[in-house]
Design a protein. Structure first.
Length: 319
């Protein structure tokens, strides 16, 4: 069994769809998740409440991190299908895990980036990595951390291809704002960068700017893509590439220092139950789906439902 795989059979079912399958009908959509192991131990079991004066009690059922991620993936998977029909593809790979780095996306070479995305899409199983030689070392590092009751983190890199120029806004609803908003719905994500990102700190403006040029076919492109296909919050038609950092799983078996709020004294805590030593491989698809929801929102703000009902012709509005 994969060291990052849980045996918890679950099924998702969707209620009957409206008769008109070609468009959203305005009715309430529901997706149900059945958990066949409802008695599994919760993270909150045995942890004293921090509410002043409240006595310790069995925690009430609450949606956990996995439940929230399920909602992102369930909704994002539907949007991903619609985006693909509209000529937009989103892919995520493990750029780094436990200090072991994979090949990065080719930010400045759109053709090579497209080939990398295709290679990831055709990978039948295993970790989402471009360099297959790093997969086993990553797994070994995860196993080693788990054996010590500890955990590891990493970096996820996502590419969005086919995004039409002109979507987004320069202020609250910029392309970066929408994506970051959804990316941080993944609880372990603690940072995000677009394109060259924090590397801009060591560059000059003449180096950081992406020069525009015309192709023989009359399309406007950039010679480089430091800004990840976004200028002033608005997409310029080039690939959007962003990276997030995923912190090590905080639920570890190692004994940690905490406080007993009711007793007003220091205490020690050892998390029990079943917890992954690394969620980076599992979070890759969650980030892809989160990005899909953000892109779907941006497209709807610009084109309404046309990008869904007329996926092959909606871009003609910009011509």
């Amino acid at each position: 069994m994969d060291e990052n795989e849980k045996k918890e059979p679950e099924t998702a079912q969707e209620p009957p769809k409206p008769e008109d399958y070609s468009r959203y009908m305005g009715t309430l959509n529901r997706i149900y998740r059945r958990n066949n192991n409802p008695q599994r131990k919760k993270l909150g079991d045995g942890i004293t409440s921090l509410k002043k004066g409240q006595q310790p009690a069995a925690p009430a059922p609450e949606p956990g991190k996995k439940d929230r991620s399920f909602l992102v993936v369930a909704g994002g998977a539907i949007v991903l299908s619609a985006l693909h029909r509209a000529g937009i593809d989103i892919t995520t790979h493990i750029a780094e895990c436990a200090g072991i780095a994979d090949t990065r996306f080719a930010l400045d070479d759109a053709a090579q980036l497209a080939a990398q995305v295709e290679a990831l899409a055709s990978k039948p199983e295993g970790f989402a990595v471009l360099d297959e030689t790093v997969e086993e070392p990553m797994k070994a590092a995860i196993r080693a951390a788990g054996a010590e009751g500890d955990s590891v983190g990493g970096v996820l890199e996502t590419a969005i291809l086919g995004l039409p120029a002109g979507i987004g806004e320069p202020y609250f609803d910029s392309v970066e704002s929408e994506i970051a908003h959804l990316a941080f719905s993944v609880p372990a994500v603690k940072g995000i960068e677009f394109g060259t990102g924090f590397g801009f700190a060591g560059m000059r403006g003449s180096e950081a700017n992406d020069a525009f040029r015309m192709t023989p076919q009359g399309a406007v492109v950039t010679a480089t893509n430091h800004n990840a296909g976004v200028n002033g919050g608005i997409a310029n038609g080039m690939p959007v590439v962003f990276r997030t950092v995923v912190k090590p799983t905080p639920s570890i078996y190692k004994q940690q220092d905490t406080v007993d709020y009711l007793a007003k004294k220091d205490a020690q805590l050892s998390i029990q139950g079943r917890h992954d030593p690394c969620i980076v491989p599992r979070a890759a698809i969650v980030q892809t789906c989160a990005a899909a929801l953000a892109v779907g929102d941006l497209l709807t703000a610009r084109y309404g439902e046309a990008w869904m009902t007329h996926p092959t012709s909606f871009r003609k509005e910009d011509e």
